[in-house]
Design a protein. Structure first.
Length: 198
């Protein structure tokens, strides 16, 4: 009887040990699922344009060559926000300047790192390729009308690393329509759109 009782006692202890182990394992799995859905869920980093300023602007008519002289530098004040509970490393980004659909300028955005749940503010100067504007007949009418509209576009590719194991690629984009007033050489109006891809 003692042998049988000892055997049943051993079986009960082993069963209890297995049940506790399974409960702990299920609790850990549940904990990781909750953390994955909440804290460690990868969110879209966003790049917003705070302001667009005219760093330099010159527009006029070149009488001898019967052309338009135009030089523009737009200073973009942009902020990239990382809402994740992990750092966001971004590689070489770019900012481009367009006029009526044609790219006329660009600038590089150097790589960097944004810590968890924080933002990085930077200034980017985009200078025009004057030669690409001269051949565009629409420039004449825009300068005469008093306003010239440009489009800016920024692209910032990066990666979010969750606890150093799970790595997710994120690319943020922003695009703005910028209207420059010729007479005052100032930005008259700005309208921006933002998106990100995981």
């Amino acid at each position: 009887m003692d042998i049988i009782g000892g055997k049943y006692s051993f079986i009960r202890r082993r069963r209890r040990c297995i049940l506790i182990s399974v409960a702990v394992l299920l609790s850990l799995v549940l904990l990781f699922v909750i953390l994955g859905v909440t804290v460690f869920r990868v969110r879209q980093a966003t790049t917003t344009v705070n302001s667009v300023k005219l760093g330099g602007f010159h527009a006029g008519f070149n009488i001898p060559n019967l052309g338009v002289d135009i030089n523009v530098t737009l200073d973009l004040d942009i902020t990239t926000h990382n809402p994740n509970h992990a750092s966001f490393r971004y590689g070489d980004g770019s900012a481009a300047l367009f006029y009526r659909g044609a790219q006329i300028g660009e600038a590089a955005i150097p790589p960097g790192k944004i810590e968890a749940v924080s933002s990085n503010r930077m200034n980017v100067s985009v200078t025009i390729f004057a030669g690409r504007l001269i051949g565009n007949s629409a420039v004449y009418s825009d300068v005469i009308s008093g306003t010239v509209t440009f489009q800016t576009s920024t692209r910032l590719p990066g990666r979010v690393s969750v606890i150093g194991i799970f790595k997710h690629h994120v690319v943020t984009y922003s695009s703005c329509d910028v209207t420059v007033k010729v007479s005052s050489r100032s930005v008259e109006n700005t309208s921006c759109r933002y998106k990100a891809k995981l």
